[in-house]
Design a protein around this ligand. Structure first.
Ligand SMILES: CC(C)(COP(=O)(O)OP(=O)(O)OC[C@H]1O[C@@H](n2cnc3c(N)ncnc32)[C@H](O)[C@@H]1OP(=O)(O)O)[C@@H](O)C(=O)NCCC(=O)NCCS
Length: 146
């Protein structure tokens, strides 16, 4: 049974543990705590009591910015990212959001494929957006009109 639940402070240790395993430059526990404190929407996918994905979004006027979407390594490529993104897009549509935006690393082909499959298109680049080994790297900005 799959449930979508709001992320709370009680989830932060488990979220941060997954985050450290997924990304070379992960969000810290404090980054997630700051995000919750700032009023961002954060969601967990729970399956049989186990967290299997999470996401953080920020609403600004009639846009939603997808700040984080993560599936633990051992559970990837089984449809969970697709399901959570579809859930977020439906929530946004229900809230009469005009479009969803996100940044993705140029080398993240799986992320880009997931987003393209949901109607996201590249709309620009942000120079030196991400930390990278030995410096910074640009972000691809993608948007989905709702
Ligand atoms: C990107 C991510 C959220 C996708 O979630 P997922 O549950 O693994 O993906 P799904 O099983 O739902 O796959 C959806 C689509 O994404 C693409 N995709 C997912 N994993 C892929 C891979 N390893 N290689 C290529 N494409 C991939 C495919 O288009 C796939 O559709 P298909 O299976 O019909 O070909 C997940 O892999 C993840 O957390 N990756 C690390 C963190 C990350 O990069 N987050 C996004 C940051 S912008």
């Amino acid at each position: 049974m799959i449930c979508y639940e709001p992320m709370t402070a009680a989830d932060l240790d488990a979220v941060a543990e997954i985050e450290q395993r997924v990304y070379p430059f992960p969000w810290s526990r404090g980054n997630f705590a700051d995000s919750l404190a700032a009023g961002h929407d954060a969601w967990l996918v729970q399956e049989h009591g186990r967290m299997t994905a999470y996401a953080v979004t920020m609403r600004v006027l009639d846009e939603v910015h997808l700040l984080n979407l993560t599936v633990p390594p051992e559970l990837q490529r089984c449809g969970r990212g697709t399901a959570l993104l579809a859930h977020l897009l439906q929530l946004a549509r229900n809230a009469t959001v005009r479009r969803m935006l996100l940044e993705v690393r140029p080398g993240n082909v799986s992320g880009q494929a997931l987003y393209r499959g949901h109607g996201f298109v590249e709309i620009g680049r942000r120079r030196d957006y991400y930390p990278a080994p030995g410096g910074r790297e640009d972000a691809i900005v993608m948007a989905c009109e709702l």
